[in-house]
Design a protein around this ligand. Structure first.
Ligand code: BJW
Ligand code: ZN
Length: 252
C-alpha cells in the first residue's frame, strides 16, 4: 500500500485530525461487524434485537444476545489499528476520536478521550430510575437483570434505532469535523445516521476526507480518497508518517 503524495503532505503538516470509527476497526480483533455475509445481522434480525420495542417484547432474548456479545468483546484484544490511533492522539494537538462502536476497545487500547456515539456495552442502566450498573449479569438463566435500587429492568447502555444519540457528544463530534484539516473514516459502511453525516460535514467544510475500508461503501464517492485494505495494516502506516514528520520538526 502506498500513501498518496497529497495525504503524505497533509499528514506531515496537519495539527487537526478527526477520526470516525465503525465496527470494521474491531474485525481484526475477532468482533463481528453488523452488515455483510459474515455480519451479526446476517444471523440476527436488528428489528428483533436493536430497538426498544423489541426489548420490551422480549427482554430475555435481547439480554441473551448482548450477554453473548459482551463475552466475545471481553475476550477480544485491541488490534494494531486501535493502537495506531492511541499514538496518533499523542502526536496531534487537536485530535478527536469519534466511535460508533460499543466494544470499548479504543479505551482498552489506551485512548484518552473517545466520543462514544452509540454507547458502551460495558454499562447498563435501569429503565425506571436511570441508575447505572457496571456489569449486570443475567439474574438467572432466561431472566433479564434488574436494578438493585428499584427492581426495574436494566438495559444495555447502547443506542438503538429510533433513539436519540447523546446530544452533547454528537455536537462535539460535528464541531471537530467542522474544524479539522484531515478526517479519517475507518471501518464503517456509512449507512447509519446521524453518524454517517459527520464525514459529509467535514468534506463540506473543506477537510480532506480519507476512508479506510476493505471495500468501497456508500461514503466512498463523497470522500477525497479511499484506502482499500485492513485498518490494522493501513492506520499504522499513517501514524508512521506522522511520527517521522514530528521527528523532523523537532530536529529542524
Ligand atoms: C473493515 C474491516 C477491516 C471490515 N478494516 N474495514 C437519515 C436518513 C435515513 C435514516 C435515518 C436518518 N436519520 C436517522 C435515521 C434512522 C436510523 C438510520 O440511520 N437508519 C438507516 C440504517 C436507514 N438512525 C437512528 O435511528 C439513530 N437515531 C436517530 O437518528 O435518532 C433520531 C431519530 C429518532 C426517530 C426517528 C428519526 C430520527 C440511532 C442509530 C443507532 C444505531 N445503533 C446500532 C446498534 C448499537 C447497539 C449494538 O451494538 O447492538 O449501532 S446499529 C449498528 O450500525 C451499530 C453500529 O454502530 C452502526 C454502524 O455500523 P458500522 O459500524 O458501520 O458496521 P457495518 O457492519 O455496517 O460496516 C462495517 C464496515 O467495516 C464495512 O464497510 C466493512 O467493509 C468494513 N470492514 N473489516 C477496515 N479489517
Ligand atoms: Zn432502578
Amino acid at each position: 500500500m502506498t500513501i498518496s503524495p497529497r495525504l503524505t503532505e497533509l499528514l506531515e503538516a496537519t495539527d487537526s485530525v478527526c477520526v470516525l470509527t465503525g465496527s470494521g476497526i474491531s474485525a481484526e480483533s475477532g468482533i463481528a461487524t453488523f452488515r455483510g455475509p459474515e455480519g451479526l445481522w446476517a444471523k440476527f434480525k436488528p428489528q428483533e434485537l436493536a430497538n426498544f420495542d423489541a426489548f420490551m417484547r422480549n427482554p430475555e432474548l435481547v439480554w441473551e444476545w448482548y450477554t453473548y456479545r459482551k463475552t466475545v468483546m471481553s475476550q477480544a484484544q485491541p488490534n494494531a489499528a486501535h493502537h495506531a490511533l492511541v499514538e496518533m492522539e499523542t502526536l496531534i494537538t487537536d485530535f478527536t476520536l469519534v466511535t460508533q462502536n460499543v466494544d470499548n476497545l479504543h479505551a482498552r487500547a489506551g485512548a484518552k478521550r473517545v466520543l462514544e456515539l452509540h454507547g458502551n456495552l460495558e454499562r447498563s442502566y435501569c429503565i425506571e430510575c436511570g441508575l447505572f450498573a457496571a456489569d449486570p449479569i443475567l439474574a438467572a438463566k432466561g431472566e433479564a437483570p434488574r436494578c438493585t435500587q428499584c427492581g426495574g429492568l436494566l438495559r444495555p447502555d447502547v443506542i438503538w434505532f429510533g433513539e436519540l444519540l447523546p446530544q452533547m457528544v454528537l455536537q462535539e463530534a460535528f464541531r471537530a469535523a467542522e474544524r479539522c484539516d484531515l478526517f479519517l473514516c475507518v471501518g464503517t459502511s456509512g449507512l447509519v445516521y446521524p453518524a454517517a453525516g459527520i464525514p459529509l460535514v467535514a468534506r463540506e467544510q473543506g477537510s480532506y476526507v480519507v476512508e479506510v475500508n476493505t471495500e468501497p461503501t456508500e461514503l466512498s464517492r463523497r470522500c477525497s480518497e479511499t484506502l482499500l485494505g485492513k485498518a490494522g495494516e493501513i492506520l499504522p502506516l499513517l501514524t508512521n508518517i506522522l511520527r517521522d514528520a514530528q521527528g523532523g520538526r523537532q530536529h529542524s
